[in-house]
Design a protein around this ligand. Structure first.
Ligand code: NYM
Length: 212
């Protein structure tokens, strides 16, 4: 009998919601309970495409807005073979940002619609669960100053939040909203509960295709 596949679990949210910390804690908890799990993140800055994206985010180079959008998408597609291999081997992938960040961030720029922004990611491996770490702009501000990278302003983040809210209306994606204003440990508990349920159900259904 073929081994059971891993689950594809994504954490999304605006900056400062605690995605990276929670991804790390989830992977650690799953591994400690004997479930194979690995973390991934997008953008994955180590590849040739990822390096271009990284220097754009660090404002070391300028790229035309459509172009950089397509590069973010290409950065996901280039990792699809690896993701599929790991999932088939039974490893659960916990992913820090995915196509939803792609669509939300670009469509928050003037002159872009959500529909166009989603197109390049149609057909990517579909997450079994997308947890949106919800944090109000006021609470995010209490967590300190934004960094120096592109997009890290409260005005832009509010626009991004609205785009995420539009994306969350799509019933074809298994969204769960997580209250990220709770303590790190309590957010972790919520995330772990949803993830364990998903890991069990994902074993019995094939991996889907996003937005198809
Ligand atoms: N971002 C991330 C995009 O604009 N499009 C994408 O497709 C993805 C995955 O890059 N501000 C933006 C969101 C973040 C930045 O930040 C990456 P970090 O801190 O590496 O998650």
């Amino acid at each position: 009998m073929a081994s059971k596949r891993g689950a594809l679990i994504v954490l999304e949210g605006v900056d400062k919601a605690g995605k990276t910390t929670q991804c790390q804690k989830l992977v650690q908890a799953l591994q400690q309970s004997g479930r194979p799990a690995e973390m991934m993140r997008f953008p994955e800055r180590s590849t040739t495409i990822g390096k271009l994206i990284s220097s754009y985010l660090e404002k070391k180079n300028d790229l035309e807005d459509h172009t950089v959008h397509l590069l973010f998408s290409a950065n996901r597609w280039e990792l699809v073979p690896l993701m599929k291999k790991k999932l088939e081997q039974g490893t659960t992938l916990v992913v820090d940002r995915y196509a939803f960040s792609g669509a939300a961030f670009t469509s928050a720029k003037p002159g872009f619609c959500l529909d166009w922004c989603m197109k390049p990611d149609v057909g990517l491996p579909k997450p079994d669960l997308v947890m949106f770490l919800q944090l109000s702009p006021a609470e995010a501000a209490l967590r300190g100053q934004f960094g120096e990278e592109r997009y890290e302003t409260s005005v832009f983040q509010k626009a991004v939040q609205q785009k995420f809210e539009q994306l969350m209306k799509d019933p074809s994606v298994n969204w769960q909203v997580i209250d990220a204003s709770k303590s790190v440990e309590n957010v972790h508990k919520d995330i772990t509960t949803h993830s364990l349920n998903t890991i069990n159900t994902a074993q019995t259904v094939p991996l889907g295709e996003l937005w198809k």
